[in-house]
Each structure stands twice: as C-alpha cells, then as structure tokens.
Design a protein around this ligand. Structure first.
Ligand code: AMP
Length: 117
C-alpha cells in the first residue's frame, strides 16, 4: 500500500499563497517572510522551497551552503549585524517542521545576552 501524502507544511502553504504572510524576499529556491510572532525588532524566516523537515536532513554541502548564503543576503538587506538561529527538532525548539533559518536583529544597543530565538 502506498503511504498517503503528508499534508503540506505551513511554509509550503505560505509559498503557495494559501496562507498570507509578509514576504520580504523571494527567488526560485527560497522565500523569506516576517515572523508572525517576532522575538526581536527584526525577525525574518528564510525558507527553502524544497522541503526538508529539519536542517540535519540536508546532507549536501551545496544545498546547505546556498541556504546560508541566502539567509546572509536577506539579513544584509535589512540589518548590519544580526543573529542566525536554526532550531533543530522538538527538543531544539523547532515548531514548524520545514527547515528554516531565523534572522534576528535590530536590538537597541546590540544583541541581548543568551541564545533564545
Ligand atoms: P521554529 O520554532 O524554529 O520552528 O520557528 C517557527 C517560527 O514560525 C516561529 O518563530 C513562529 O512565530 C513562526 N510562525 C508560525 N506561524 C507563522 C505564520 N503564519 N507566519 C509567519 N511566521 C509564523
């Protein structure tokens, strides 16, 4: 018996314009949106259009590198200094199982202490 197709992830639905989001960047392979519940004055999510559920599912260096290059490009369009965060797995704080990089910044006087997103 064939496995039923997994329902689309939240981010796939945003990419398909089924769910609204504030899109700040898009190219063939990636989309970047404003986080709906920002944890910093600037909080963006950089999302590959090709689904992987978590960062460590990506085993190809070029794919991983392109994801980070895109996150840096998006970050630098909005911020001079910034923090990139990836939550990996439930225990790592991941809630949406579609790989994404958080871009955080814009704090007055620099980044607060700690690594929480
Ligand atoms: P993570 O916990 O690393 O999986 O991050 C998921 C992020 O997605 C959280 O920071 C949420 O605030 C954010 N989020 C959830 N729903 C939406 C949405 N509809 N639009 C934009 N961001 C969202």
């Amino acid at each position: 018996m064939t496995k039923p197709a997994a329902p689309p992830t939240l981010f796939e639905r945003i990419i398909a314009r089924e769910i609204p989001a504030e899109i700040v960047y898009e190219d063939e392979g990636y989309i970047a949106i404003k986080d709906i519940a920002p944890k910093a004055p600037v909080h963006l999510l950089v999302i590959p259009k090709t689904l992987s559920t978590r960062l460590d599912e990506i085993s190809d260096a070029a794919t991983l590198g392109q994801l980070y290059l895109t996150a840096i490009k998006v970050a630098r369009q909005h911020l001079e200094d910034y923090r990139l965060v990836v939550n990996v797995g439930k225990g790592g704080g991941q809630e949406v199982f579609h790989t994404h990089i958080h871009v955080l910044g814009g704090w007055e006087g620099g980044s607060p202490v700690g690594f929480g997103a």
